[in-house]
Design a protein around this ligand. Structure first.
Ligand SMILES: Nc1ncnc2c1ncn2[C@@H]1O[C@H](COP(=O)(O)OP(=O)(O)OP(=O)(O)O)[C@@H](O)[C@H]1O
Length: 590
C-alpha cells in the first residue's frame, strides 16, 4: 500500500527540511504520540519531491486505521541489514572454505589452488551481431572457464553489452544464472537489456520501490501478482474499505478477523507462487546485498546449489565481502569491471587501512592472478565513447596503450552535432582545451566550516565556458560539469542550475558510469604549498577524463596540480594535443 505524506499545515507549502530520500526506511508515528518510539509501522520511501513523500507499507493492517484527521511524523530509521548480510557472507565463506563443493572455488580465489584448464570453445551463434572481436572472445572465454573469468572493461568498451550477451549464451546452454551488481541502477540496466529477449525467463528481486519504473514488470512481486488470480487481492481491498467506513464495534471485530484470514491466505499463496516461479527462472537478478540468503529473502526458495553461473557486473565498485554474497551462490563466477576506475567509498579510515578499500577485483588482478593474467582475464579494447585524443592519455598511462577508438567515435567533434552552429566551427572543432589559471591569482578557498574545497575563480571560468558553449549551439543537456570537490559542485550549481535545468553538475565520484558530449572539469586546487590532496588518486582523474565523448575542457592551476606526476602527464597530453588558454580570458574585471 502506497501512502502520500504532505505538509500538514499547508498542502501548497514545501515540506520542512529533511534528509529522507528514495530508498530510506522510515518509521511512522502520530505527532501527538507520547512516546517517540511508538512506531505505527515501518515503510520504504519510493518517491520524494519538495512537496510530498510517498511511502510503501507492506503491512496493510498497520496503516488501515490512519486518518486524514491526524498529523503524522516520518522518522528516518537506521538500517543495519547490509552490515548483517556482509557479516553473514564472511561467516559463510569461513564455513565453506573448510570443505565441500565450494572449497575449490574459494581456494582458487585466494591463490591456494590453481585454476582448472578451461573446456573447448563451443560453436557460437551470437545474439548481438554488432559485438566486436574482443567482446566475442570475452563471452566465449567466460563460458568455458571452470572457476573464474574476469572481463576487464575500460571506460566505454561495452562491458555491460558483453555481459548481457554472456548471460544469453549461458541460458541457451541451459545454465541457471544469478546476475548481481553493487547498485540497483547497475542491476536495472542489465534487467532492462535482458528484458528485450522474451524467450528468457528473468526475475528481478529486491524491493520494487527501489527499481527503475521500466523494470518493475520483471520484479518478483509483479510476477507473483501476474501468476496468482487477483480475486483474493480484491477481497482484501473490499474488506479494507468496509472496515474504514464501519463504526459498529461488533461488525469491526468480525471484519478484522476476516481481513486477517484473507491476509494470511494471500501470504500463503504468494509464498507458493514464489516457490514455483523462482526455480523456474533462467536468470535471477539482484544487488549483491539482496542476493543474500540471510533472513527470509526470496533466495531461500532456491536450493543451495541452484545456480550454475554467477555474474557480478561493476565488480570493482563493490567491497570484497559483498562480492562473496554472490560468489558463494554458484559453482563458478564471472567478474566484470575496471579496477582502474573508482572503488567504493570507505568511510572508516581504520577499516580502509586494514584492507577494506581493496576490492576483490583489484586483489585478484594485482596479486592472485598477476602472473596468470591470460588464463583468467580478458580485456575489452575497443571503446565506443571518446574522441581518440580524449582517450589517448588514459589508454597510454593506465591501459598500456591498448585502447582503440571505434571508427564511429574516433574523430567525432562538437561541430558534427546537428544543432551546433556552422559559423562557430573554429571553436567546435577541437576535442581538448586546457584553461590554465597559473597566472590568474585565483586561489582555492579555505573555509574552515567546509570539509570540502572550492575555488571561486574557477566557478567564474566554468560559468563563462558553459555560456560560451551554449552560444555555439551546444545544448545544456549535452554538458556535464564535474569536480572532485563537493563544495565546488555546490557553488557551481548555485550559479548555473536555476538557469540551465538540463545541465548536470556532479562530483567525479557521482558521475562514474556516465558520459556526456562535453565534460568540463574544475580541479579546484591552487595554493602555494603545491598540495593536491585527493586529486592525487589516479582512478579519480581517470574517471573524470573518460566521461567526455566529443570535447573535454580542463580548468586548473598547472603550477599547483603539476606537482603530482600523474596529473602532470595529463596536462602534458593537453599541451601536446589540445588548445591552451589562460584563465584570464574567462575572468571578468577582478
Ligand atoms: N560492439 C559494439 N558496437 C557498437 N556500439 C557498442 C558496442 N558495444 C558497446 N557499444 C555501445 O557503447 C556504449 C557503452 O556500452 P556499455 O553500456 O555496454 O558499456 P560499459 O563498458 O558497461 O560502460 P561504462 O564504461 O559506463 O561502464 C553503449 O552506447 C553501447 O551501445
Amino acid at each position: 500500500m502506497v501512502l502520500t505524506f504532505t505538509n500538514a499545515l499547508d498542502l501548497d507549502e514545501p515540506l520542512p527540511f529533511h534528509k529522507i530520500t528514495p530508498g530510506s526506511i522510515v518509521g511512522l508515528t502520530l505527532t501527538q504520540s507520547p512516546r517517540s518510539d511508538s512506531s505505527l509501522s515501518e515503510g520504504l520511501v519510493s518517491f520524494v519531491n519538495p512537496w510530498k513523500i510517498e511511502v510503501v507499507f507492506d503491512e496493510y493492517r498497520d496503516v488501515i486505521e490512519l486518518s486524514d484527521a491526524h498529523i503524522y511524523k516520518l522518522t528516518k530509521l537506521s538500517n543495519d541489514v547490509t552490515y548483517r548480510r556482509l557479516k553473514s557472507a564472511l561467516e559463510d565463506l569461513l564455513e565453506k572454505s573448510r570443505g565441500g563443493p565450494w572449497q575449490r572455488l574459494i581456494n582458487t580465489l585466494f591463490g591456494i589452488e590453481d585454476i582448472s584448464i578451461p573446456g573447448e570453445y563451443d560453436s557460437f551463434k551470437f545474439g548481438n551481431k554488432n559485438l566486436d572481436d574482443y567482446q566475442k572472445e570475452a563471452v566465449k572465454f567466460a563460458l568455458n572457464q571452470k572457476e573464474i573469468a574476469i572481463i576487464h572493461g575500460p571506460p566505454g568498451t561495452g562491458k555491460t553489452t558483453t555481459v548481457v550477451e554472456l548471460i544469453i549464451q549461458a541460458v541457451r546452454q541451459g545454465l541457471k544464472v544469478l546476475v548481481t551488481a553493487p547498485s540497483n541502477v547497475a542491476v536495472d540496466n542489465i534487467t532492462e537489456r535482458l528484458g528485450k529477449y522474451q524467450v528468457i525467463d528473468i526475475i528481478r528481486i529486491g524491493h520494487p520501490a527501489r527499481f527503475l519504473p521500466q523494470v518493475r514488470k520483471h520484479s518478483l512481486d509483479f510476477r507473483i501478482e501476474e501468476y496468482l488470480d487477483t480475486s483474493i487481492r480484491s477481497d482484501i481491498n473490499n474488506c479494507l474499505n468496509r472496515l474504514k467506513n464501519c463504526t459498529n464495534l461488533a461488525e469491526r471485530r468480525n471484519l478484522t478477523i476476516h481481513l486477517n484470514l484473507l491476509i494470511r491466505r494471500s501470504k500463503e499463496k504468494e509464498e507458493a507462487a514464489a516457490e514455483y516461479l523462482m526455480p523456474k527462472a533462467d536468470v535471477v537478478l539482484a544487488t549483491l546485498t539482496s542476493a543474500s540468503r540471510d533472513g527470509k529473502g526470496p533466495m531461500n526458495y532456491l536450493a543451495d546449489d541452484h545456480f550454475d553461473l554467477v555474474v557480478i557486473d561493476e565488480c570493482s565498485q563493490a567491497i570484497e565481502a559483498a562480492c562473496w554474497i554472490g560468489i558463494l551462490q554458484g559453482k563458478r563466477c564471472v567478474l566484470a569491471g575496471d579496477h582502474l576506475q573508482l572503488p567504493p567509498t570507505i568511510l572508516s579510515r581504520e577499516a580502509a587501512a586494514e584492507g577494506l578499500k581493496i576490492t576483490l577485483m583489484e586483489r585478484l588482478m594485482k596479486t592472485v592472478f598477476e602472473w596468470k593474467h591470460n588464463e583468467v582475464v580478458k580485456m575489452l579494447h575497443i571503446q565506443y565513447r571518446m574522441h581518440q585524443d580524449i582517450m589517448a592519455w588514459s589508454s597510454e598511462t593506465l591501459y598500456a596503450g591498448q585502447l582503440e577508438a571505434h571508427h564511429s567515435v574516433a574523430t567525432h567533434l562538437l561541430k558534427d552535432l546537428k544543432h551546433v552552429a556552422v559559423e562557430y566551427v573554429e571553436e567546435t572543432n577541437f576535442p581538448l582545451l586546457l584553461i590554465d589559471t597559473a597566472e590568474c591569482d585565483v586561489p582555492e578557498l579555505n573555509n574552515p566550516e567546509e570539509v570540502s574545497k572550492a575555488n571561486e575563480g574557477e566557478v567564474e571560468i566554468v560559468v563563462n565556458r558553459v555560456e560560451e558553449l551554449i552560444s555555439y549551439g551546444v545544448k545544456p543537456s549535452d554538458i556535464a560539469v564535474i569536480s572532485p570537490y563537493n563544495f565546488q559542485v555546490k557553488l557551481i550549481r548555485l550559479q548555473l542550475c536555476s538557469r540551465y535545468f538540463d545541465l548536470e553538475v556532479k562530483t567525479v565520484d557521482g558521475f562514474q558510469g556516465r558520459e556526456k558530449e562535453v565534460v568540463i572539469i574544475s580541479m579546484v586546487r591552487s595554493n602555494l604549498k603545491s598540495s593536491v590532496g585527493f586529486l592525487a588518486e589516479i582512478r579519480r582523474i581517470n574517471v573524470a577524463v573518460t566521461r567526455a565523448r566529443r570535447h573535454l575542457t580542463v580548468i586548473c592551476d598547472t603550477a599547483t596540480v603539476c606537482t603530482d606526476k600523474f596529473i602532470k602527464s595529463m596536462v602534458d597530453h593537453l599541451h601536446k594535443k589540445g588548445k591552451i588558454r589562460s584563465g584570464n580570458q574567462y575572468l571578468g574585471e577582478r
